[in-house]
Design a protein around this ligand. Structure first.
Ligand SMILES: Nc1ncnc2c1ncn2[C@@H]1O[C@H](COP(=O)(O)OP(=O)(O)OP(=O)(O)O)[C@@H](O)[C@H]1O
Length: 284
């Protein structure tokens, strides 16, 4: 189990995260928060690239900093800005990364072939990556993070810049990788995680705000979300969330603390509602 005990991270006088306590066992954990909320800071601490100012991070009871290389052996990490060589093919790049990870050549070859197959890049395994789409590059990125068969797979905004089709493919891939390991995934895009996250972790004002299943988190807004095509009938205060077209009319989805059931349609809250509601005062 990976646990954070009262972790605070400061950059000089600026506190990025304050008193965070969390436990991760198996499954997909989504770190969901707007840009600048501290997701990358948390991820970099878990990847031992930066260190807590206060508190401790433990793997099965031992401090990850003390575990040093033996901890790094069990993590796979896809950073936000994943650096790769455009002139490398996926196979060359994965063999190169295997060498960086000190894997023996036979195992490296086996894992490289296996992972290229898994991420669906077999047909382009020997093509230079310079012409690859964002989704293909991210799949190479996941493959390199998986080379050491990590117990903890850390993905920092892995779907940034992907088109909707690539997003779906990526989601399915992440879901398939989550058996028998911890997958930590940071994002500010709700649809990335709604269906695959076993738990959603949210930060607000530098502190832990929520750590629960998507269903429980959505449950916090039960009875408060409505839709109407005539918002003028709704008594303020209410919070407009999203709009969509329905039978040629613009339907507004909104949150209200008071009962609007007689003039608007009550609907089930989703994670996007929760995100917009919780971060309504934050610049997103
Ligand atoms: N090295 C640093 N020095 C000073 N402040 C930093 C540093 N790194 C991050 N910060 C600040 O800490 C806060 C959290 O940043 P962080 O990158 O962790 O957020 P994030 O949620 O990952 O957002 P993004 O997705 O935009 O990276 C931000 O206000 C950021 O400006």
């Amino acid at each position: 189990m990976l646990s954070l005990n009262h972790v605070t991270k400061k950059y000089g006088n600026f506190t990025a995260l304050e008193d965070i306590s969390l436990e991760f066992s198996g499954g997909v954990y989504a770190l969901l928060a707007p840009n600048g909320a501290g997701k990358t800071t948390l991820i970099k601490m878990l990847a031992t690239l930066i260190f807590p100012t206060e508190g401790e991070i433990l793997w099965n009871g031992d401090e990850i900093v003390a575990l040093d290389a033996s901890y790094r052996d069990i993590i796979g990490y896809l950073p936000q800005d994943f650096g790769y060589y455009k002139n490398h093919s996926p196979r060359e790049f994965l063999m190169y990364m295997s060498a960086v990870k000190c894997m023996d050549r036979e195992r490296a070859k086996r894992k490289t072939d296996e992972l290229i197959e898994l991420v669906g890049l077999s047909e382009v395994r020997d093509k230079k990556m310079r012409k690859f789409s964002g989704g293909m590059i991210q799949r190479v990125g996941i493959a390199q993070a998986m080379l050491n068969d990590p117990k903890i797979l850390i993905l920092d905004e892995p779907t940034a810049g992907l088109d909707p089709k690539e997003r779906v493919r990526f989601r399915n891939l992440i879901s398939s990788l989550s058996k028998d390991r911890i997958v930590l995934l940071s994002t500010h895009i709700v649809s990335d995680i709604e269906t695959i996250a076993s738990r959603v972790v949210m930060f607000k004002n530098r502190r832990l705000f929520a750590n629960d299943s998507p269903a429980s988190i959505c449950g916090t807004l039960k009875g408060k979300i409505y839709e109407t095509d005539d918002i003028t009938r709704i008594k303020p205060p209410y919070l407009p969330l999203t709009e969509h077209q329905e039978n040629g009319k613009t339907v507004i989805r909104f949150a209200s603390e008071h009962d609007c059931g007689d003039i608007a349609r009550s609907v089930s809250p989703n994670l996007e509602d929760v995100f917009l509601y919780i971060y309504r005062d934050d610049a997103v």
